[in-house]
Design a protein around this ligand. Structure first.
Ligand code: AMP
Length: 418
């Protein structure tokens, strides 16, 4: 079932959203992107004449914690929806069931943070540090057992289930995946945001227009290894950028000074280079670097060859030759995936390389390429440059996007697709 096909008139929908928004110390929302991202789905249900029970998590509470209460976002949600949203202080309490049952068309009920219950994640809590393996196993079994009741109760509030929380699609949690089993295929569906995310991932994994270029940046090769290996089977060009560059440079015998490097991953870097060669993938590595004499925005800087970094200096961004090299590859591409900055973009003086990559992606997109930016810091990067609207799609899912690109089946998606 798709959300467009479904008529919500007179129906109660349990909608799992990702309202895990950042709050300041006075509980003001500092960035409501995630809330706005769910509005098309919520508004469609209300416009149809349905009512909504909203479930979400906020932060990583280890129990009931005022700091992570969803009541902090209630007012803003009401403003965004133009509806006075009701609140249930406890997603499992009598109040939640009564309020859900009483919902009339056009009404909305926000449940308190689902992660106030260990059952949402299905992981035991409060185990003593010195718990034995048997105690751990028993606690795990107990929470899995009570998770069934928890999930069933959430499902009982509604006639249909909508998952619009791509950010948690890689988790097999009660409200993101397990709940789907209580609805038949005609009563469970993705929300609009989730649909868009799934389509965007599908485009870079299965509907590839060539050449396909992936730009992998960030700090460590070890955290990106599975993605890189999967991408080697798909891409024509693989650009390696960011801190992981220096592991490759050192593996090839270059001098990297104090640059970040995973010494236990040198063989892995060589192995990836060999795999790229065997598969006919053009592996594009930096040729020069912007180096600094300390890890600071105010450090002294200069440009040098990436394999000849002086002692006491470290590479914190790519240099101009590399910018041009990367930009040319990107501009010639028809499918582009960008994950991870080319340097320490948090420091103003080391954003230039990431900006050059972003500009090249924007130009390629104008020329008809499909560009997907996602996974952690590249989203912060593209937002910082104000270019989010100039690329084809900016994913809202960090870990979920990366796992999808690794080729993993995401539980939240599988639960709907069957
Ligand atoms: P990731 O979360 O793996 O995408 O890594 C992003 C982080 O990598 C950002 O915080 C960057 O500051 C960092 N990073 C990128 N390039 C470098 C570099 N050359 N040296 C140290 N850290 C870097």
């Amino acid at each position: 079932m798709t959300i467009d096909q479904f008529n919500f008139a007179g129906k109660k929908a349990f909608v799992r959203v990702d309202f895990n928004v950042p709050l300041d110390e006075n509980f003001n929302i500092t960035d409501d992107t995630r809330m706005r991202a769910a509005l098309p789905t919520l508004k469609k249900i209300l416009a149809d004449g349905g009512s909504i029970i909203i479930g979400s998590h906020l932060g990583r509470p280890k129990g009931v914690t005022d700091k992570f209460s969803l009541k902090h976002i209630l007012k803003h949600l009401s403003e965004l929806l133009g509806v006075e949203v009701q609140f249930a202080n406890d997603c499992m309490g009598e109040e939640a069931a009564v309020k859900a049952a009483a919902l009339k068309p056009g009404e909305v009920l926000l449940l308190e943070n689902l992660r106030f219950y260990a059952e949402e994640e299905g992981k035991p809590r409060g185990l003593a540090d010195d718990a034995t393996d048997e105690e751990k196993a028993a606690a795990k079994k107990a929470v899995k057992e009570s998770q069934k009741e928890f999930t069933k109760k959430l499902a009982s509030y509604a006639d249909c289930y909508v998952n619009d929380a791509f950010g948690t699609a890689h988790r097999a949690h009660a409200s993101t995946a397990l709940i789907a089993q209580y609805f038949d295929k005609d009563h469970k569906m993705f929300g609009y945001l989730m649909e868009k995310e799934v389509k965007a991932v599908d485009k870079v994994l299965n509907d590839i227009h060539r050449p396909f270029t992936a730009i992998m940046g960030g700090s460590k090769v070890s955290s990106k290894i599975e993605i890189i290996e999967n991408l080697l089977n798909k891409v024509d060009n693989l650009i390696i950028a960011g801190g992981m560059t220096y592991t490759f440079t050192k593996a090839m015998g270059g001098k990297i000074g104090l640059s970040i490097c995973e010494d236990d991953k040198l063989d892995l870097a060589l192995d990836l280079m060999k795999k790229a060669k065997d598969k006919g993938v053009n592996l594009v590595l930096a040729v020069d670097a912007k180096v600094a004499d300390s890890f600071s925005n105010d450090a002294n800087t200069k440009f040098c060859d990436v394999n000849d970094i002086p002692d006491g200096w470290e590479g914190l961004d790519i240099g101009p030759k590399t910018e041009e090299l990367f930009a040319n590859v990107i501009k010639g591409s028809k499918t582009i995936l960008w994950n991870g900055p080319t340097g320490v973009f948090e420091f103003e003086n080391f954003t230039h390389g990431s900006r050059a990559v972003a500009d090249a992606i924007v130009e390629a997109t104008k020329n008809g390429a499909f560009s997907l930016v996602g996974g952690g810091d590249s989203v912060a990067c593209i937002n910082k440059f104000g270019l989010a609207k100039e690329v084809s799609y900016v994913s809202t899912g960090g870990g979920a996007l990366l796992e999808a690109i690794e080729g993993k089946v995401l539980p939240g998606i599988a639960a709907i697709n069957g």
